[in-house]
Design a protein around this ligand. Structure first.
Ligand code: ZN
Ligand code: ZN
Length: 886
């Protein structure tokens, strides 16, 4: 591609024309696949696998951009660099989506059957998988597609079964009856993390339970009166004097007329409700524990679809909420409903479908997480894994130290089947990596696999090693594991990162990565979280079509810092697009100048002050950007590159160079122009890969053979700071010159000086004066000031009727009459003062108007107040200008 004829560069940058061409070029050249070199330490990121449920959203674009920045940077530094992409089958999330599609076709998954439903999900997931890969390519993600993995691939699936069997054999996986979160819509158990807790305004119902064989009552309070049907005790605190005499007696449950004991248990809070609480062990996690301590039976009252089951007596068959109404009506009738109080409390909802979950005691598979958490805590406290930003370390440790057993079985069809077989003849449980032919104990072939699948996060927890070949001892596992950085959103620190650390250590004996980098969540202009419901989502592909990929990447990483939320605004996207155009124009200028005058041989003894300045600034920027990248401060690194390229190279160095090229003076600025531009493009490449490649290739095909040796900027070396180029004196002088030009330009703009009019200026710059004076022709041209005179002492300066600009390292004095015709200026100022005064009067009147103050919304009133303050300030400044005119 670099050998194409030297076409003239088009006038404007067209991202759409360029991006796909370069992606294909990189892919065809195999640049994304690392070469294993045992003498070098690799840099490795395993990409957080997007769910196959849909298309990439803007959060994925952020992940891809940040990881690509790190990957491209390390690759350019010559490290064998692996970025391994993949996708997640996303068990429940995918099944819910496909179930909805089936429902629209009028198909029920239970009627369709497990096999056929799975086939439908598989087919759909496959189409999504391809789309996700294409979208990553549009984002410029330089990941190694030859190593792409899917959680349901044979390798990762065998890793899942192996990890399960090993944990089971160590006694860390067990099957037991526990309270789980049951989603009736999804018909599955959920982990605590998959449950959203929402504050609901409900009621607290006070219900009387008659004491057996007595006229006395004990009153309990509950938010779920239907669970009375599952009560197996009433509990009070052992120190609660009110109930001391009642402990050991029995109460008759209203509605079902079952007798249950009154017990004493420390867990009861005497301050809550009446101090006596009902115990429903099959439907409440705290009650479950009370029941275990006190040997109480479990009475499950719900069917899987949360209708009432046979234990509910006459209420059997009713929906849970219908049953609540029926029981309340009956209690009312019998005079057992004492009172109803409004009560705000938190209720669990299914994260996937937002149905109210029901705590139900059920047989499930669990991981005993405490023994896995211990080494995971040590890995972080001992410094082997660091979390960025640091404040999340505490959050991580707090969670790990209070970890609860993890319910890993799901009553779903989409996912890794639990590798457990039950014998129908002898009841033996066989746990095996490969499907057994017969029962391990009695040899019967009547064995059945557990119908459940594993929580999706179980396979995700193995992702860093299962993708590299574990449990086999592969070359990839040996070389690329432990990986280097795990980059993801802080919202999945527990779901995923914490579990990867536990399972990585458990399976391989080594940490899965040494750095966790957590990025923030994306928000819109107003700081709102992006969501489909709010209608403020930004589609990455639409944005790319409108602004270009580099502009999107630029906007996503503008101002970004680890762990803090990010605002994506149209102005940032525009800034990204404008930056790409600015670079395009700068390169076009350099290329055309070079074609007219191909003298680019660089000789250090033939350079001028501004050359020394830009080379010094280039070196300083390189050092600073490198330091920032190493500290994961990508937003600040990008900002410094932007400011250097736009604010110093384009705005000043190129302007100076134009004057030199125009006068054909020697030395030519071209060698420095080419060198600075080419180096800057390499510095910027990890952030904006497409435009930098296009521009770099344009330079390459015009420069003499051998100047740019690699076939692509993406495999060229990342620049290193040239310490010899640091030149503080050149920087001081150039900064002073720029400041002077800048100040004169501002003064001209403020006084509305016609562009064809020259103003006069006197400059005093102390010891810098001689160095600056050498640049008076340039200052004259760029500031449109003539003559510019340089003063040897401040005393020489004019004092009457002047504008005196006090700058950082100089003073600039401009005679007012050189800027303005005093008579015309006085007239203009007087007119503006009159106008401004009228506005102030009008605003003041408005803000005294009672009708306005009472009727207008506070925001409008405060806006008017701001406006008044602003106008008053302007009026004051106009008056000062008039005074200065004398
Ligand atoms: Zn659900
Ligand atoms: Zn058997």
């Amino acid at each position: 591609m670099a050998e194409t004829p030297k076409d003239e560069m088009p006038k404007a940058y067209e991202a759409g024309r360029v991006e796909q061409k370069w992606y294909k070029f990189w892919l065809d050249k195999g640049y994304f696949t690392p070469r294993i070199d045992h003498k070098k330490k690799p840099f490795v990121i395993i990409m957080p696998p997007p769910n196959v449920t849909g298309e990439l959203h803007i959060g994925h674009a952020l992940t891809a951009t940040l990881e690509d920045i790190m990957i491209r940077w390390h690759r350019m530094m010559g490290e064998p660099t692996l970025w391994l992409p993949g996708v997640d089958h996303a068990g429940i999330a995918t099944q819910v989506v496909v179930e909805k599609m089936l429902a629209e076709e009028g198909v029920d998954r239970h009627k369709l059957g497990r096999e056929k439903t799975q086939a439908r999900i598989r087919q759909w997931a496959e189409s999504r998988r391809q789309m996700i890969a294409r979208q990553h390519q549009r984002l410029g993600a330089s990941c190694d597609w030859s190593r792409e993995r899917y959680t349901l691939d044979e390798g990762p699936s065998r890793a899942v079964r192996t990890a399960f069997v090993r944990l089971y054999e160590k006694g860390l996986i067990y099957r037991g009856e526990r309270i789980i979160n049951w989603c009736p819509r999804c018909a599955t158990a959920l982990s605590d993390l998959e449950t959203d807790h929402k504050d609901i305004q409900g009621n607290l119902y006070y219900v009387r339970y008659p004491l057996e064989g007595s006229k006395e009552f004990i009153t309990v309070a509950t938010t779920r009166p239907e669970t009375i049907l599952g009560d197996t005790a009433v509990a009070v605190n052992p120190r609660d004097k009110r109930y001391k005499a009642m402990v050991g007696k029995k109460v008759i449950l209203p509605a079902v007329r079952r007798a249950v004991p009154i017990i004493a248990d420390e867990a009861v809070d005497p301050e809550f409700g009446t101090g006596a609480v009902k115990i429903t062990p099959a439907h409440d996690p705290v009650d479950f524990e009370v029941a275990q301590r006190n040997d109480l039976p479990l009475v499950n009252i719900l069917n899987p679809d949360v209708t009432m089951n046979g234990n509910a007596g006459k209420y059997a068959g009713l929906d849970r909420f219908k049953c609540r109404e029926a029981i309340l009506a009956d209690l009312e009738k019998e005079g057992l409903l004492v009172k109803i109080e409004p009560y705000g409390h938190s209720v669990g909802h299914c994260m996937r479908c937002q149905t109210v979950i029901e705590p139900i005691a059920s047989q499930q598979w669990f991981i005993n997480t405490k023994p896995l958490a211990e080494p995971a805590i040590k890995a972080v406290t001992g410094g082997r894994i660091s979390i960025i930003p640091e404040r999340f370390t505490k959050v991580y440790l707090n969670w790990m130290e209070n970890i609860r057993d993890w319910c890993i079985s799901r009553q779903l069809w989409w996912g890794h089947r639990i590798p457990v077989w039950y014998c129908r003849d002898c009841g033996e449980v066989t746990v095996a990596v490969e499907e057994p032919k017969a029962c391990g104990k009695c040899g019967s072939s009547k064995i059945e696999q557990d119908p459940d699948v594993l929580d999706t996060w179980f396979s995700s927890a193995l992702w860093t090693h299962s993708t590299l070949g574990w449990p086999d001892d592969t070359g990839d596992l040996g070389y690329f594991y432990p990986t280097t950085v795990m980059e993801t959103g802080y919202d999945i620190l527990f779901f995923w990162v914490a579990r990867m650390i536990m399972m990585g250590l458990e399976d391989t004996g080594d940490i899965p990565f040494s750095t966790v980098y957590l990025h923030g969540l994306l928000r819109d202009e107003k700081g709102e979280k992006m969501s489909k419901v709010r209608g403020n989502v930004v589609d990455p592909l639409d944005t790319i079509a409108k602004y270009g990929t580099d502009a999107l990447r630029f906007a996503l990483t503008s101002d970004i810092s680890p762990g803090n939320d990010i605002k994506l605004t149209p102005s940032r996207l525009e800034a990204g697009r404008n930056f790409a155009n600015k670079l395009w124009n700068a390169t076009r200028f350099v290329v055309r100048s070079f074609e007219q005058d191909p003298d680019i041989e660089f000789k250090r003894d033939r350079i001028t002050l501004e050359d020394r300045w830009i080379l010094s600034r280039l070196s300083g920027t390189t050092a600073s950007v490198t330091r920032l990248m190493a500290n994961f401060q990508f937003g600040e690194a990008q900002r410094q590159l932007h400011d250097f390229l736009w604010g110093e190279f384009c705005d000043w160095y190129i302007e100076f160079a134009k004057i030199r090229l125009g006068s054909k003076e020697r030395p030519s600025p071209l060698p420095v122009l080419v060198h600075t531009l080419e180096t800057s493009l390499r510095l910027l490449h990890p952030f904006m890969p497409f435009v930098t490649e296009e521009l770099w290739q344009n330079l390459k095909q015009r420069l003499p053979d051998g100047w740019l040796k690699t076939g692509s900027i993406m495999i060229a070396a990342y620049p290193q700071a040239d310490k010899k180029a640091i030149d503080p004196q050149a920087e001081r002088v150039m900064e002073a010159i720029i400041e002077i030009i800048h100040a004169v330009r501002n003064a001209r703009a403020e006084h509305k000086v016609e562009s064809n009019k020259w103003v006069e200026a006197q400059v005093y710059a102390g010891e810098l004066t001689p160095a600056i004076a050498a640049y008076s022709p340039v200052i004259e041209t760029l500031a449109r000031a003539r003559p510019v005179s340089f003063l040897e002492s401040r005393e020489e300066a004019l004092t009457e009727n002047v504008l005196a600009l006090v700058l950082k390292s100089s003073e600039v004095i401009i005679p007012m009459e050189s800027m303005v015709d005093p008579v015309a200026e006085r007239k203009r100022l007087e007119q503006e003062i009159a106008q401004s005064r009228a506005e102030v009067t009008r605003l003041e009147a408005r803000l005294k108007d009672k009708a306005f103050l009472t009727k207008a919304p506070p925001a409008v009133v405060s806006k008017e107040r701001d406006k008044l303050a602003e106008r008053k300030d302007r009026l004051e400044r106009l008056k000062q200008s008039l005074d200065r005119l004398g």
